[in-house]
Design a protein around this ligand. Structure first.
Ligand code: T4K
Length: 370
């Protein structure tokens, strides 16, 4: 029996460190509702990210969905279909219409040259995705948003720890939302955060995550419940102490993958972006059958036969989901369609052994037709 390797594995502190972090709760009995751990994590994150305003949520999705809601938007939101369900669902669940912009074939983020042609008098916002941790063209998106007076909500789910020109991705757009899910570079088990510029907006967002409560005797908004609990915040406090070390370990894994899979005909890797300090969140590989000699499906199956769980992130595109009943024309996003049919994200986590990376690469390369 070969060792099973999954696409990722959650980072965890030592059991002792976590127990030490949560011990005090057996005295206070304070388990949720913006307790001590929640507040401590918020202030540690501000320092780590170098940003002024942040709020924590039960998960990344709720930070996106409620951020959109707090903006009181109506109409159309330009977004990418090459993403996890969450991005598109956050738009649709707010009664807004997603308008899908194609991606660029190099780093798979929104093709900024195609945004302006999608703007109509109903457009209210742009919701780009820093997919796989690749940073969008934030300068051009800002220019367009400013010109047409549009809001920008970044889905920054994949970019915790990434810096662009020295700034955390939390610093861009009107709001930028991280996911702290168990599968992410930094996790709070389940969790998420919204980083924002405008304090008034922050107050509205805060009320939306807490039932619209303004004070003990005043509820003046129809809010949800999306508060991060104390056990999750405590996990975050522990994981944050080790996140730089985790990223450094991931870097070694990614370097090995690059060593083995660069300059192979028919294999396209994610680019090393200029001015970006990466977090090595995902390792996507695009297989062009004609040059490589095998399809993505064949590589996926070969890995599966060895109990290696690569994933087809992000296939299918969100604009082809059954729940949208053919509302959207996938022909409008041909590059996204092309990539989504050919991409495979290979296993990546801090403690993935380099011998295992070699084994994965051997299997991938053995798929090439002789
Ligand atoms: N925007 C974007 C662009 C996103 O990618 C996501 C989430 C969001 C927004 C929303 O953020 P959250 O609301 O989730 O915070 C996973 C994650 O559940 C999801 O967070 C993530 N994106 C998405 C890309 O991947 P699945 O269904 O593929 O996860 P699953 O359960 O198959 O897990 C993948 C692998 O991770 C497993 O094979 C093993 C490992 N794993 C998983 C879990 C649950 C662990 O090691 N520990 C664990 O606890 O969705």
């Amino acid at each position: 029996m070969e060792k099973q390797i999954l696409v990722t594995r959650s980072s965890m502190p030592s059991l002792e460190e976590y127990v030490d972090e949560i011990k005090g709760m057996w005295q206070t009995h304070w388990l949720t509702n913006m307790g001590e751990k929640h507040q401590a994590l918020q202030s540690e994150l501000k320092k780590y990210l170098g940003i002024e305003n942040i709020d924590l949520f039960t998960n990344g999705h709720m930070s996106l969905e409620l951020s959109l809601q707090a903006m009181d938007l109506q109409g159309e939101v330009i977004t990418s279909p090459f993403t996890f369900a969450s991005t598109t669902h956050a738009i649709v669940r707010n009664g807004l219409k997603p308008v899908f912009c194609d991606i660029n074939p190099v780093d798979f983020t929104m093709d900024v040259n195609k945004i302006e042609s999608l703007i109509t008098d109903r457009t209210c916002a742009i919701m780009p995705v820093h997919v796989y941790g690749n940073v969008c063209n934030v300068e051009e998106i800002e220019r367009i948003a400013h010109k047409y007076e549009l809001k920008v909500i970044y889905d920054a789910a994949h970019t915790f720890g990434v810096r662009y020109k020295g700034k955390s991705t939390g610093a861009f757009g009107d709001v930028s939302c991280f996911s702290f899910h168990a599968t992410k570079v930094f996790n709070t088990i389940e969790g998420g955060a919204a980083c924002f510029k405008d304090k008034e907006f922050g107050l509205k967002l805060y009320r939306l995550k807490n039932f619209g409560i303004r004070g003990p005797e005043c509820v003046d908004g129809v809010g949800a419940n999306a508060k991060m609990n104390e056990f999750c915040a405590a996990m975050g406090l522990c994981n944050l102490r080790h996140v730089d070390e985790e990223i450094a370990k991931r870097k070694k894994v990614v370097e090995r993958y690059r060593e083995r899979l660069s300059n192979i005909d028919g294999i396209q890797l994610s680019p090393i972006q200029k001015d970006v300090k990466p977090n090595y969140a995902y390792f996507p590989v695009v297989f062009e059958e004609r040059e490589f000699g095998a399809t993505r499906e064949e590589v996926f199956d070969a890995l599966a036969q060895h109990d290696i769980g690569a994933r087809k992130y992000f296939y299918p595109l969100t604009n082809t989901f059954e729940c949208f009943h053919n509302q959207f024309d996938v022909k409008q996003t041909p590059v996204a369609l092309h990539i989504s049919r050919r991409v495979l994200t290979l296993p990546l986590y801090a403690d993935l052994a380099l011998e295992d990376v070699d084994r994965i690469c051997d299997i991938v390369l053995s798929c090439r037709r002789k």
